[in-house]
Design a protein around this ligand. Sequence first.
Ligand SMILES: [Zn+2]
Length: 61
Amino acid sequence: MNEMSDPHKHIRPCPICRKPAVDRYAPFCSKRCGDVDLGRWLHGHYVVESDDSPAGEDGEN
Ligand SMILES: [Zn+2]
């Protein structure tokens, strides 16, 4: 009855390639997988809030 100290529970698989994540690049297994995740963001893979602000930001007068 030592579920709390199960070492396998501590390691999460890399969300990109499902390999065991490395502490240094957590939650990814490597820097590359981290970059892949970042790339998804840059390419708008994730749903983002509406980008058009309701006026007010551009008070450039
Ligand atoms: Zn990975």
